[in-house]
Ligand binder design. Sequence first.
Ligand code: ACO
Length: 322
Amino acid sequence: MKRCARVIGSGGYLPETIRTNEDISKLVDTSDSWIVERTGIKTRRIAGEDETAASMAEIAARQAIEMASIEAGEIDLIIVATGSPDRVYPSTGCILQHRLEIQQCVAFDVQAACSGSIFAMSIADQYIKTGAADKVLIIGSEICSRLIDWTDRGTCILFGDGAGAVLLESTDEPGILSTHIHSDGGFEDLLYCPNPQVATASAKDEKGVITMKGNEVFKVAVNTLGRIVDETLATNNLDKSDIDWLVPHQANTRIIAATARKLKMSMDQVVLTLENQGNTSSASVLLAFNEAIRDGRIKRDQIVLLEAFGAGFTWGSALIKY
Ligand code: ACO
């Protein structure tokens, strides 16, 4: 029998503090109605001063471990997707490994912006398929609020903080059916976040905040996500009607609706969290996946399409028989 990766647990964490559109309209020239109409976002969570990507990841990870009914020590590999790591190094994966009191597993980070959790899932899938790992913990954890210029109305309305987790295990049954990941560094200037500490002399004055040409990103995102839907269905020889759930990256309701239209899906089959979470970058897909698993919407044996698009540009999908 072929080895496959199956989801055995999931978790999610959102910080306590809620920032509303009204709160943001006191900082920049915007309004609740503009933000809701153009993005679908009403509120987002903001991490507390003492919280970090690793501290939030730990809470989500412990939930996933509990759901899977395993010991943390059984985990062979931890992959953390984050663009807001606690430190440049060690990796947030290593910090999380220590927090979970695991002595002997491999841990590292992947950086693929909003597509990070799909990239992490793809790597985990390869490790499991080849027999290099049996149990893999993947995490998306982000403190986007600390990478935001709170005077830039083009970005500060969009992002939020949080962490999502999924535990995968090897099985002989179908689980992850396929993953598809892509990168195109040619779009760097449309969406980036500088690191002023390591910048060249000419870029030293840049602030370490997210800079985005939103409208241009929007157009590429819609087209690219349409293409990845086709690629995923073709690889698996499936029809649009075979997909039970779409779990998209939560960047903008209009982008998500375009992907749902492409799949001829009703919005009732789409897991939406962005209204009260905003865009939590690499955490968003796993947070949404966890929510729909825990509230019983996603049931065993259903076919779930996860997809994401982000800075790089990076984009990807994972088709899962849950
Ligand atoms: N409030 C009020 N007006 C605004 C705001 C705001 N917050 N932001 C922009 N505007 C104005 C603009 O100045 C512009 O005014 P003008 O016509 O007078 O010039 C007008 O609204 C339209 O601006 P657009 O940028 O064209 O607005 P758009 O409809 O594209 O919405 C948004 C902007 C929400 C950012 C959208 O483009 C978007 O969601 N982009 C994609 C984001 C994304 O998917 N990113 C990838 C993942 S993130 C990651 O990887 C880290």
